[in-house]
Design a binder for this molecule. Sequence first.
Ligand code: ZN
Length: 217
Amino acid sequence: MIHHNDGEAHRPGRIEVVCGSMFSGKTEELIRRMKRAKFAKQKVEIFKPALDTRYSDNDVVSHDQNAIPSTPVETSSSILLLSSDIEVVGIDEAQFLDMGLVDVCNELANRGVRVIIAGLDMDFRGVPFGPMPALCAIADDVTKVHAICVRCGNLAYVSHRLVQNEKRVLLGEKMEYEPLCRDCYRKAVEAEEAAKAEEAAKVEEAAKAEEAAKANT
Ligand code: ZN
């Protein structure tokens, strides 16, 4: 953790990114930073993509008195319109927002706003996700947080999808994804590919048997 910028008051505009896989504590870290800013009497607000409806619409946090107000937005440009008097802007699940978010964050930081972004660095195939790589590039500070690999206990690096679905945006919790380290992820993908090949061979065999049966009648 970085200590030289822990003071909350009078901080100039800056961009902070908290990235990592699912279950790595990205949102918790975002909320921790937002709460500290709130204790310092700063005006804070969290924005999140409107499609992320796993949590309540109006706050990202549990319903305690420290809940941080949160506003769903359809596009990154809405953040600019809605944060005119906000001192600390939080953005959760930033990977689902458009590339315009890069310019929006720069503009906010240039205005003197502290911007804290949390998001998935990679999708379930290990490909950099949406605006996240560009946001890491323009950030003053990047924190990569890690989940624990559920198979071996090492630090995880990717969210492996447990259901076969090629759609990139699939929201879910522990039923659909598992955090895996690089080694276990590679093994899991190899096993899936082997299973697919076996399935395809079975289908082919069945078709051949059917054909042979037809030829015999
Ligand atoms: Zn592992």
